[in-house]
Design a protein around this ligand. Structure first.
Ligand code: SF4
Ligand code: SF4
Length: 450
C-alpha cells in the first residue's frame, strides 16, 4: 500500500469541497429493480456511430441476446436487457434531449433475471487483441458517466507503452454512491476485471485510487487483493476533494504529475478505467455475456426509498422513480450528480449505459433554484480560484454571454474545460458558467464540422 508514497503528490490544485450528501445510500446494499413492462434501448448512447438493429418488429428475444451492432471502432453493440418481443424500432426521447432511434421491447411477464444468451469463454490464454475483441463484444462503455467505449479506451496506440492501469474509485460527485457500493460488494469481480485490463494493455501494475471518505471500500479492495495474493495491484486512499474523480486530477493525486493540455494519460504510460466498468467486465467476460444492466444511485430529498439499484438498461425513468418512491415531475430530476448532471428531458427517458445516478429534488428546492437571480460578474475571481484546469472562467463566461465563441477555443483553452461545475458552484453572481461552456463547445463542434 505504501509503495507509492515516494511518488505521490498532494491533491490537485484548486477544486471545491461541496457537502457529500452520500449518507442516505452509502451503507445500503445494492438492490435489484424488477423489470418494467416495456424497455427502451436507444441505439445512440455514446460517441461514435450508432449500431444498427439486427432484430425486427415482432421478433422474440431472450435476455442478453445481441440486438444491435456495428463494425465502427467507436461503436458498441447492444444486448436485450430482458426476454420479450420487439414491439417497435422508432424515435424515442433520450437522456440527452433529442429523440433517437430506439429498440422497444415488450417484456415477457415473469421474465427471468438470468442471462439466457452467451456462453462461458475461457480467456486465460487470450492475446491482448482477443481480449479487446471480447470486451468490444460485451458492449461495455465507461460506466462512470462518460460512456466511452471500453475496448477503445484499453487499446494502446502504436508507439505508446502502458505500464500502469489506474482504476478510478473516487466517485467525487455529491450524492452518488454506485461505485462505492460496487467496491464494497464486488471487489472480487473488480480484481478479475483488473486482470483483463492489465492483460489487454500489457500494464505491469494497477493502482486503484479511492477517496479517503470511503474507508470500507479501501478495506474491501485490500481484502480482495490479499485473497488473490496479488503483488502488482495496489489500493491508495487519495484526498477527498471535488473533482478528484477526473482522470487528470486522479493522476496528479497519485503520482504528482500533470497530463499536458490536450494530452491523454497514455502519453504518461497510463490508462484509466472506472471501478464499475472493470467490475462489470470481471463478471461478464468469463460468462461470454453482454451488458444488460448497471448500478444506479437513486437519491435526493425527493425520494422515499433512496438506494443503489441494479437497473435493467432501457428501464424508463418514470418506472425507476415510482419504485424508489418519488412522485415528481421532470424539472425535479437530474440525471447524474448535482455538479455535472443535467436535468432530465422527460420522465420517459430510459436508463442507459452512462447513467450513474438519478438525483431527485423537492418542489421547494426547484423553486429556490429557479428564483435565484443572476447578477453581473463582479470580477471576484472565485471561479478562477476554483478551476482545477487553471482556466479563467470569468473571461470565458463574459465571451459566452456575448456568444463570442471563437476566442474561447483559440485563446482561452475552452477545450480543456471538462464541465466539472466548480466555477458555477462558487460564483456569487449565480452565473451558470459550466452550462454556458457546454453550449459554447457544442457550437464550436458544429461549426468545425459544417
Ligand atoms: S465567480 Fe462569478 S462573479 Fe466572480 S469572477 Fe467568476 S464569474 Fe465573475
Ligand atoms: S467547468 Fe470548466 S471552467 Fe469551470 S471550473 Fe470546471 S474545468 Fe474550469
Amino acid at each position: 500500500m505504501k509503495l507509492l508514497n515516494f511518488l505521490r503528490g498532494e491533491a490537485f490544485q484548486r477544486g471545491v469541497h461541496p457537502p457529500s450528501h452520500k449518507e442516505a445510500t452509502a451503507d445500503r446494499s445494492i438492490r435489484r429493480l424488477p423489470f418494467a413492462p416495456q424497455l427502451v434501448v436507444p441505439l445512440s448512447q455514446h460517441i461514435g456511430k450508432s449500431p444498427k438493429p439486427i432484430v425486427r418488429v415482432g421478433q422474440e428475444v431472450v435476455r442478453g441476446q445481441l440486438i444491435a451492432q456495428s463494425d465502427d471502432w467507436l461503436s458498441v453493440p447492444h444486448h436485450a436487457p430482458a426476454t420479450g418481443v420487439i414491439e417497435a424500432i422508432e424515435l424515442r426521447p433520450s437522456a440527452r434531449g433529442p429523440w433517437v432511434e430506439s429498440i422497444v421491447i415488450r417484456v415477457q411477464s415473469g421474465s427471468t433475471q438470468e442471462d439466457l444468451w452467451g456462453k462461458p469463454q475461457d480467456l486465460s490464454n487470450a492475446t491482448p487483441q482477443e481480449l479487446l475483441q471480447a470486451i468490444w463484444d460485451s458492449g461495455m462503455v465507461g460506466l462512470g458517466g462518460a460512456a466511452f467505449p471500453t475496448h477503445a479506451k484499453l487499446t494502446v496506440p502504436k508507439q505508446a507503452h502502458v505500464h500502469t492501469l489506474v482504476v478510478n474509485g473516487c466517485e467525487c460527485e455529491p450524492f452518488l454512491t454506485c461505485d462505492h457500493r460496487v467496491m464494497v460488494e464486488e471487489a472480487d469481480a473488480l480484481m478479475a476485471g483488473i486482470r483483463y485490463g492489465m492483460r489487454a494493455t500489457s500494464a505491469v501494475r494497477t493502482i486503484i485510487g479511492v477517496e479517503d471518505n470511503k474507508p470500507d471500500a479501501v478495506k474491501a479492495i485490500q481484502a480482495a487483493i490479499d485473497k488473490i495474493g496479488a503483488t502488482d495491484i495496489f489500493v491508495e486512499a487519495v484526498p477527498t476533494k471535488y473533482p478528484q474523480g477526473s482522470e487528470k486530477m486522479l493522476i496528479m493525486a497519485l503520482f504528482g504529475v500533470e497530463i499536458p493540455s490536450g494530452g491523454l494519460p497514455v502519453s504518461l504510460g497510463m490508462v484509466v478505467n472506472n471501478v464499475g466498468t472493470l467490475a462489470a467486465l470481471g463478471k461478464l467476460l468469463p460468462a461470454g455475456r453482454g451488458l444488460t444492466e448497471r448500478v444506479v444511485t437513486v437519491t435526493g430529498p425527493g425520494v422515499a426509498r433512496p438506494g443503489d439499484y441494479r437497473v435493467p438498461l432501457g428501464t424508463p425513468l418514470k418506472f425507476v422513480l415510482e419504485y424508489a418512491g418519488a412522485e415528481v415531475n421532470s424539472r425535479q430530476v437530474i440525471m447524474g450528480g448535482p455538479m455535472m448532471g443535467q436535468s432530465a428531458a422527460s420522465l420517459d427517458v430510459p436508463i442507459t449505459k452512462g447513467v450513474s445516478g438519478v438525483l431527485v429534488l423537492r418542489g421547494e428546492d426547484i423553486a429556490e433554484r429557479e428564483q435565484r437571480v443572476v447578477y453581473p460578474c463582479i470580477k471576484c475571481g472565485e471561479c478562477v480560484e476554483s478551476c482545477p484546469m487553471g482556466l479563467n472562467p470569468s473571461i470565458l463566461g463574459m465571451l459566452a454571454s456575448r456568444r463570442d465563441y471563437e476566442p474561447m477555443g483559440s485563446h482561452y483553452h475552452l477545450g480543456d474545460c471538462f464541465e466539472c461545475g466548480c466555477c458555477t458552484y462558487v460564483c456569487p453572481s449565480n452565473i451558470q458558467l459550466a452550462q454556458q461552456f457546454r453550449i459554447a463547445k457544442q457550437v464550436l463542434r458544429e461549426r468545425a464540422t459544417a
